[in-house]
Each structure stands twice: as C-alpha cells, then as structure tokens.
Design a binder for this molecule. Structure first.
Ligand SMILES: Nc1nc2c(ncn2[C@@H]2O[C@@H]3COP(=O)(O)O[C@H]4[C@@H](O)[C@H](n5cnc6c(=O)[nH]c(N)nc65)O[C@@H]4COP(=O)(O)O[C@H]3[C@H]2O)c(=O)[nH]1
Length: 831
C-alpha cells in the first residue's frame, strides 16, 4: 500500500480509529479480495449528489471493471455520461454516504454495459465504500433462463399444455403454472400431488388413467394417457398426458416428466368426424336405395349397401368379385365403357338413366347419380341408384292413357280432335269431303246389367277390332266412353258413308261369342258429312250425334244422315231437357187421371195416371215428347218416382173419401223398370202412403218387357211377390213371344189405341184386336182397350169379350178434383 493511500486513509478516518486498525492486515485483505472495492467521496452541488471521487480502489476493481488509474479522479471523468445514464446509482451512493444504512443490490450500469452486484456502506459522512462483483455473465444466464421459461410458458399456453415433473422416489410433484391453469386450479390453494390430480379426473376415466401411468413405468414405455377432467366450474376437458420415465442404475424409476395437453377441441372435432363418418356410413349402408362404390380404373365393386344386395339379388361377396359391367345388359356394356371414358377426369358428379340387369335376369330402369371420391386410397366413384322401372312404366302408361282408350286401345278423343283438325284442313284445301260417324250399340246397358261388365268389356274390345278391320288405314276410330264410338273417314262423301255404314252394321250383326254366350248386337249410326253438316269439329260432332239420336229414335239398328229438320229437333230437345231439370222444383208437373171402366157393367174400376207439364214459355208439352227426353237424360227416375207417389197418395185419398177402391195404373218407363231399386221403391211408397199393393198397377210397354225378357221376368216376379199388379201396355206393337208372355207376371194386356182407332173400318185391326183378346183369354189375362172414342168401338170390344176400356168416350185424362167430380156424377155409357 502506498504512502499516499495511508495518508488518505488517515485523512478519511478518525486518527484514533486508524491507529487501532492493523493497516497491513486490512490492506492485505482488501488487496486480495476477488470483489472489487472502491472507497469514494461524494460531492454535492446545490445539496444534490453531483459526482464522487475515487479515493481508493483495489486491484480487483481494475480487473473487474477494466477502469484504470481511477484514484483521485471523479467518476464523471472515469465513466463519462454516468450521471445521465445511471442517475439511480449516484442517488443510492449519495443516500448511503449521507448516513443511510448499508445497501446491497444488483444493478446494470448502462454506461459500462455491465451487471454489478454492489454492497455499500458509509464509513464516514459523505464517504462510501462500494464492494462489488461483476455478475454480467450470471445475469445473462439468468435472463436467458427467464426468457427460456417465458418462451416455454408461452409455448405451453399456445399449445394449451402444461408441464409436470414427478420425482418418483420422493413422490414430489411439480406442475407448471400452465398446468394449474389447464386443470382449472389455483396454484395458491391447490397442491400439486396425486390426490389433487385424481380428484379432478372424471370418475369413469380415473382408474384407467392411473393404470396407464403404472404400466408405462413398469414396461419402460413412454406414457400416453387420455382422460377427462372436471374443472371447478364443472366443465369437462379432455387431457392428453405424454411423458417419459428415467430410471436409476438399479432400474428403479427416478422421475417422470412430461406435458399435459388440452385436447378437448380436437376430441370434439374427432367426435364430430366420427359422427359424420358414422352418418355417412349410415346413409350408405341404411339407404333404402341401392348404393355402391367402384374403382374407377378396374371398375371393380369396392363396397355395396344392403339395398343393393336386396335389390339386385347378388350377395356382398358376389358383388365384390364383380365389375360394374356385370349388372348391365350385355348390349349396353360398350356404351357404358364409352361413357366412362368420356367422363374420365371430366365430371366429378354425374347422373343419368340406365338399364340394369339383376341376378335373376330381369331388367330394370335406374336413375344413377355418381360422385368421384377417394376411397381407401383408391380413385373411386360412389353411386346411388333409384329404381325407376315402375315410374317409367307408369309414365308410359300415363302417356298411353293420355292418347288411347285403355280398354280398346283405340286412340282417344284428344287424338281424334287432332286427326279431325288435320283432315278438315286437307278437305278445305282440296274442296273435298269427310264423314264423321257416331256409332252407339243398341241396348248395350242391358248386357252390362244382366251379363256383367266383363262381358260388356269383351264385346267392346271385339267390336273395336271389327271396326278397325272395316275401316281404312287413314280412318280414325275412337271410343268416346261406354259403347259410343266416333269414326272419322277423311275423303268420304255421302255415297262412301252409306257404304261404310252398311259394312259397319253388318260386321256388328255377326254374333259375338263371349264366354259361353252367343250374343247378337245391333248399333245405331249417325252420319255427318263435311262441309254440308258442319265445317268445324264442333258442329260436325253435334250433327253426327243428332243423327245418331235420330237413328235410335227410328227404332235403332240402322244409320241416319244428319238433316236440317234434325237440327231444329235437337235444339228443341236441348230446350226441353234444360227446362225439365227444373220442372219438378218449380211445380210445373201435374198428374191427370183417366178413368178405366169395366165394359161388362160400365163401372169405373180404375184410373191411369198420366203426367202433364206446363211450362211458362214452352206451354203445355206432351208427355209423348218429353218422356223420351226425360228417359235419355235419366231425369225420368226422379220424375217417375214422384208420379208413383202422387198417384198412390191420390188413390189412398179417394179411398179415404169413401169411393169404391180403384186400381191406380201408373206408366213405367224402361229406365225406371231396369233400375235395381224399383221393387223396393214401390214397396216403400206403398207402405208410406198406406195403400194396399193390389191397388197399384204398373204399366210396362211390350217393347220394354220383350227387350230383355229374362230380366223383365225377374223384376216382374219381384214386384208380383210384393203384391203389385202389372199390365203390358201398347200390346200388339211389339213382338211378344207367347212363351214369355206366359211367364210374365202381368194380369192384363192393354190393346194399343192404334188398333182401336180403326177397329170398325180396318179389317186387319179388327182381326188383331180379336186375336189379342182371345190370346189373353187363353192365357188367363184380362184385356183393356185404350183410345176408345166411340160407341161403335165399344160395341165391337164388348162383342169380342174385351174386359175394360178407357178413352175419350168416357173421359179425357182429368186433374184430380175433376176426376173426383166425375166419380160423383158418373153414369156408365151403356146404362
Ligand atoms: N187420341 C186419344 N188419345 C187418348 C185417348 N184416351 C187416352 N188417350 C191418350 O193416350 C195416352 C195413353 O197413355 P199411354 O199409352 O200410356 O202413353 C203415354 C205414356 O207412354 C207416356 N206417359 C204419360 N204419363 C207418363 C208417366 O207418368 N210416366 C211414364 N213413364 N210415361 C208417361 O206418355 C204417353 C202419352 O201420354 P198422353 O199424352 O197423356 O196420352 C195418353 C192419353 O192422354 C183417346 O180416346 N184418344
């Protein structure tokens, strides 16, 4: 130690103190210290620490700081700028030098770029001793460690991970703060140990999680554990724990370290994936439509669903050993290959209609939709097949039904319209002709009613064939419905139409052999010719229809050409039918009664109910005109029922009034007679009106009875069994067979007035009337003559033994009140 130093020390320290010190010892101590030592004096400016001067430094000072020959120099000179860069250092020194307590601290001295550990104390006022060490290296390591920790911490956080360490021997567990976070635990309150860990694990996973740890240790395997934890806020979190164990030389586990990862999200994604995979699998496997996957290169089936197996009849094994060409009709295979080649790499998605072949050889129509996918590493296509065979058939059927009559397979009305339009345009251009015919089978309804619809259908089918055979290729025959046919004959005039109509009638007249029946049919044909009877579809149709109606009226089994007279008739018919529809509601109908008298004693024994209709515009319309129209429109059913009820009620009323019981005769039309409900209806009315059935007589025309005698017999039997009387009206006009006449349950024949009219002058009529009367007698039937107007007629009838008569000679048909008056005042003409 230099002399200067000694004197300095002496100056700095109290002399006494200095003397007591063993300076040499002290010097040796300080000079050899590894820590730097600096003895300094503070300087102040305006009471603020401003600078300090180095009074002494030891050799370590220079080694550690690199600052040389500093003693006697102010620090502002030794380390220029220190006052600005490290003001806190100056402050600390000053604080201690000012009599403060010793201080120890670590600081970075910016101006030197070094970290210092410094311990200072003040031996004298305004003096301080700084003992220091440079700790830059340690600090750097520390900082790096902190940074590394932070990085690790960040990494843990980013990876939603937490680290753990388990000293197996001492059973000490360390959890990173991120792991605490992951577990939802507070490091302040929760302790890292097995118990805590166990307590947060889902009870279902706890045992397995523990077992996995012990197994990993036992078998020297890396730990891979997955379990659920329940966080304090009751959330479920999936954890994956990964770890490794280190062992001591004896093979005993020393420690296990690892991380825990929060895999809740990836688990959820996994679950979703699994679910969606399951959904897709389900959609494939349980799809009600056939589905399969095939290899795009080899065309080999890779997978098939149950519906494909069920639908195509191949087992799964069979499918998987086949290519998709096996389910195609052989002739389609080249087209398929061609199609697939065209598609190759072009369309991801494709749909189309194909024929497929099932295992049993049947062919089906399928709508295919396919999509390219990657399947088990292969370039594949997934295919969905809709079997549209039925739909296709239905469509074809609908197509057919839209154009053809399903029963006869003849073109329908729609097609006829098209053909007619075309034929009309040709005829117009060439000033040509065409014929339109309406053809209707006579009494076809009776065949349906009595022999059944299957026989009726078979007749229509056979008839359609016959019609086609008669007609030319360019003609069109259409079934309008029921037994009505329309025939279009382009280029045919009146002569041609006559020829065709005759041919048609004769082909229809050929017996139809259906089942075990031999049926003879007739038809009525109405003909309209372009341009005379119409120049468009509508008028021609109307004309032909009207002509056919006339053919029916004219006794059927023939043809009629349309005439102008028919035209006005049909207009009148239309008027009547429209007015008749409302006649009942508007009370325009009334029943008149014509007395029927016993020729023997001249007594009124019965009355015939006759319908009257008075219309405000049409006036009084004769039943002879409106009844056939009512029959055609079937209005007769309700009107006829009304007449029966009125007549029955009237008869009962007269009985109640005390008149001798009369037999009330009511006309029945063919439509009423054939209606299945007739017998029951009649009984019902009689019961409701309380009239004995034998007081009612139903008049049935000979024509109606003979049209279908078997059917008539059955109905008559039924009515007879109910006690109702029946008579045959207009007798002599039809062609009654004696054998049937015997079987009819009628009790009276009514001689038609056409025979009665000229009975006194016409020999033939005389003979007919005599014959009818004797025939009736031989059959045990009564006779009544209608239209008796003269005493001569009456005398002849009486002579011949006719039982009863009615006619103007006695009275015209009368309204009920006038009939009543007649009953009161009546005197027999013979009396
Ligand atoms: N020239 C002449 N005619 C006489 C004489 N006595 C009666 N008549 C008429 O002869 C027709 C007899 O009736 P019908 O033969 O059953 O013929 C009836 C019958 O077939 C039908 N009809 C009338 N009312 C009904 C009914 O309520 N239901 C049904 N289904 N048909 C009826 O209308 C036809 C015509 O009836 P109406 O015009 O009332 O004509 C009646 C009657 O008024 C006479 O001495 N001289």
């Amino acid at each position: 130690m230099s002399q200067d130093f000694k004197s300095d020390i002496a100056a700095a320290f109290d002399n006494e103190l200095a003397d007591k010190f063993n300076i040499d010892t002290y010097q040796a101590l300080v000079e050899h210290m590894l820590n730097g030592v600096a003895y300094c004096r503070m300087f102040y400016h305006d009471d603020q620490p401003n600078d300090f001067i180095y009074l002494y430094t030891n050799p370590a000072f220079e080694q550690l700081t690199g600052l040389k020959q500093v003693v006697g120099k102010p620090v502002s000179e030794v380390i220029p700028g220190i006052r600005e860069t490290d003001p806190q250092l100056l402050n600390t020194y000053s604080r201690v030098a000012a009599g403060g307590k010793p201080e120890r601290f670590e600081t970075f001295v910016e101006s030197l770029g070094m970290w210092f550990w410094i311990s200072i104390y003040s031996p004298l006022p305004e003096h301080f001793v700084a003992i220091f060490d440079v700790i830059t290296e340690r600090k750097q390591i520390e900082l790096e460690l902190i940074e590394a920790n932070e990085r690790w911490s960040l990494a843990q956080r980013d990876a939603a991970a937490g680290a753990w360490y388990w000293d197996v021997g001492d059973n000490i567990i360390y959890w990173s703060k991120e792991l605490y976070e992951l577990f939802g635990l507070d490091p302040q309150t929760a302790t890292a140990n097995f118990e805590t860990w166990r307590s947060i694990i889902h009870v279902d996973d706890r045992q397995q999680a523990e077992n996995n740890i012990y197994q990993a240790i036992r078998e020297h395997l890396p730990l891979s554990n997955e379990y659920r934890i329940i966080t304090p806020d009751c959330a479920i979190r999936w954890i994956r724990a990964l770890g490794n164990t280190s062992y001591d030389t004896d093979g005993l586990p020393k420690r296990m370290t690892g991380i825990c990862l929060d895999i809740t999200r990836s688990k959820a994604v996994e679950d979703e994936l699994r679910e969606s995979e399951a959904r897709y699998r389900q959609m494939f496997q349980a799809n009600p439509h056939p589905m399969w996957l095939y290899d795009v290169e080899t065309l080999q089936f890779l997978a098939v669903n149950d519906a494909a197996i069920a639908h195509y009849g191949y087992s799964e094994q069979e499918f998987l050993s086949m290519t998709i060409t096996a389910i195609r009709p052989p002739k389609d295979v080249p087209r398929l290959i061609d199609h697939l080649q065209q598609l190759n790499g072009q369309a991801q998605h494709h749909s189309g209609l194909w024929h497929h072949r099932k295992k049993d050889g049947t062919f089906i129509d399928v709508e295919i939709s396919s999509h390219e996918i990657e399947y088990e590493g292969r370039h594949a296509k997934i295919v969905l097949a809709y079997d549209v065979t039925e739909r296709q058939r239905a469509e074809q059927r609908i197509q057919f039904l839209a154009n053809f009559d399903p029963l006869t397979e003849l073109p329908n009305r729609g097609q006829l319209d098209d053909h007619l339009r075309y034929a009309l345009s040709l005829a117009k251009r060439s000033n040509g002709h065409l014929a339109l015919m309406f053809l209707d089978l006579d009494h076809f309804k009776d065949i349906n009613d009595t022999l059944g619809h299957s026989v009726g259908d078979a007749i229509l089918i056979e008839l359609a064939k016959r019609l086609r055979l008669v007609l030319r290729e360019e003609d069109t025959v259409t079934r309008l419905g029921g037994d009505e046919f329309i025939l279009l004959l382009p280029g045919v005039d009146v002569n041609g139409a006559v020829h065709v109509a005759q041919k048609l009638l004769s082909t229809i007249a050929e017996p139809f052999q259906i089942e075990h029946y031999d049926l003879v049919l007739t038809a009525s044909i109405g003909v309209a010719i372009y341009p005379a009877d119409g120049v468009d579809l509508e008028t021609l149709s109307k004309s032909a229809d009207t002509a056919m109606y006339r053919a029916k009226q004219e006794g059927r089994q023939g043809y009629q050409f349309f005439t102008q007279e028919m035209q006005s008739r049909s207009v009148r018919n239309l008027q009547i039918v429209n007015a008749l529809r409302q006649a009942q509601q508007l009370n325009q109908l009334q029943v008149y009664y014509q007395p029927q008298v016993s020729i023997a004693d001249g007594q009124i024994i019965g009355a015939e109910a006759l319908l009257r209709w008075w219309h405000p515009e049409l006036g009084s319309v004769s039943p002879a005109e409106f009844i056939p129209i009512a029959e055609d429109s079937r209005l007769i059913l309700s009107i006829g029922e009304w007449v029966i009820r009125q007549a029955v009620r009237q008869a009962k009323d007269w009985m109640k009034q005390g008149f001798a019981p009369l037999i009330m005769a009511v006309n029945l039309s063919a439509v009423q007679f054939r209606h299945h409900d007739l017998p029951a209806l009649v009984s019902r009315i009689l019961t409701e009106e309380n009239l004995p059935p034998e007081c009612l007589e139903l008049e049935l025309t000979e024509g109606v009875a003979m049209h279908n005698p078997q059917g008539a017999i059955a109905i008559m039997n039924n009515l007879h069994a109910r006690g109702v009387r029946m008579s045959i009206d207009d007798f002599g006009t039809g062609y009654s067979s004696l054998s049937y006449l015997k079987k009819f349950k009628s009790y009276k024949l009514k001689i038609d007035q056409s025979f009665v009219r000229d009975i006194n002058t016409d020999v033939e009529d005389k003979a007919i009337v005599s014959a009818i009367i004797s025939l009736a007698k031989s059959l045990g039937l009564k006779t009544i003559a209608e239209g008796v107007e003269t005493h001569d007629q009456l005398s002849f009838l009486k002579e011949q033994g006719c039982d009863e008569m009615q006619g103007y000679l006695i009275s015209k048909p009368l309204p009920s009140d006038q009939f009543e008056a007649l009953l009161n005042t009546y005197r027999s003409p013979s009396s």
